[in-house]
Design a protein around this ligand. Structure first.
Ligand SMILES: Cc1cc2nc3c(=O)[nH]c(=O)nc-3n(C[C@H](O)[C@H](O)[C@H](O)COP(=O)(O)OP(=O)(O)OC[C@H]3O[C@@H](n4cnc5c(N)ncnc54)[C@H](O)[C@@H]3O)c2cc1C
Length: 286
């Protein structure tokens, strides 16, 4: 059992871990990949680097720094967080229990650029199987995605429908755990999504169509926003709502960094992480 589980190993998550570990709280940092810093070729505006530093190197140095303190940092993709007496965090490789959770998963930059899809959001196109699956009992469903998150959303939907197709939109499947047997996989490119009052079909690049009742977007990895919605955490646009102490409306869950919005910069993410950690340390000592 961890005292603190931090989801995200970017500046906000690592900064928080630097404080929680030093406060003698057993801390686990889970992150899949680098995050926002991956594509930041050179950071010129962060304190202490007169020649600038690449985003990747800055992130790696942070991880090394917490590891030196004895913090567990695992490269795993978090698929869901379940609240019971404690929190159970499920990843692509295992499950971990924690007393408090800090969400620092940055801003999801995965967009679905399929023609027509935006106009059907909320009209048959959903971004959350846990939230909306119930409304699609026995319906013909499509899950859009080609990685672990698509499988996780599909697993959720199999409780409601046996007619599910995962469409990868021209990409090879990259998931680690196989899709449920009843699920069809279609790797063709998608030209557009059409319908009238509600979404009705996918049109593939080769002209074929697939009639459907609902589409669930599950591209890339689950973002803090996805976790938040599923856990009943208040959100505003794509930001998680926190109070002045970085607390969400769910007891024991905090959020910091880009995922709460505001100034999307390393300096602010680092500060958020430190301040959120301070409150979590206080909480742990109650
Ligand atoms: C191209 C580019 C250039 C930039 N240049 C600058 C700059 O010059 N200066 C500056 O100050 N800022 C810059 N930024 C912004 C900066 O990168 C972000 O503000 C900062 O990284 C935010 O930190 P964060 O910890 O909140 O999120 P991130 O750094 O995005 O970290 C998010 C973490 O969450 C993890 N994660 C996400 N989902 C999951 C999941 N499901 N399971 C497990 N882990 C998950 C990711 O792997 C990552 O470790 C730039 C951003 C981009 C994209």
């Amino acid at each position: 059992m961890y005292d603190i589980i931090i989801i995200g190993k970017g500046p906000a998550g690592i900064s928080a871990a630097l404080y929680t570990v030093r406060a003698n709280l057993k801390t686990l940092v889970l992150g899949s990949g680098i995050g926002g810093l991956e594509n930041a070729e050179k950071i010129d505006n962060y304190y202490g680097f007169p020649e600038g530093i690449s985003g990747k190197e800055l992130q790696q140095r942070g991880v090394e720094q917490v590891q030196t303190l004895g913090c567990d940092v695992l490269d795993e993709e978090v698929l869901s967080v379940i609240k019971d007496n404690f929190f159970t965090v499920r990843t692509n490789k295992g499950e971990y229990e924690g007393k408090q959770i800090l969400l620092t998963t940055g801003k999801s930059r995965v967009k679905t650029k399929i023609k027509g899809i935006d106009e059907f959001l909320g009209k048959g196109v959903s971004m959350c199987a846990v939230c909306d699956g119930f409304f699609y009992r026995g319906k013909r469903l499509v899950v859009l995605g080609n990685a672990n998150y698509a499988i996780s959303e599909t697993d959720e939907l199999t409780r409601f429908s046996q007619d599910i197709t995962i469409c990868t939109n021209g990409r090879e499947p990259e998931w680690e755990n196989a899709a449920p047997q009843s699920v069809k996989i279609d790797t063709r490119t998608i030209a557009e999504v059409t319908g009238n009052a509600k979404v009705e079909r996918l049109v593939f690049g080769d002209g074929d169509t697939l009639e459907l009742d609902g589409i669930f977007i599950a591209e890339g990895t689950a973002s803090a926003f996805d976790f938040a919605v599923k856990m009943g955490i208040l959100t505003e646009g794509t930001n998680i709502v926190v109070d002045e102490n970085f607390k969400t409306n769910v007891d024991g869950v905090f959020a910091a960094g880009d995922c709460i919005g505001g100034f999307l910069q390393v300096s602010k993410a680092v500060a958020d992480g430190a301040l959120a950690a301070r409150m979590m340390i206080k909480n742990a000592r109650k």
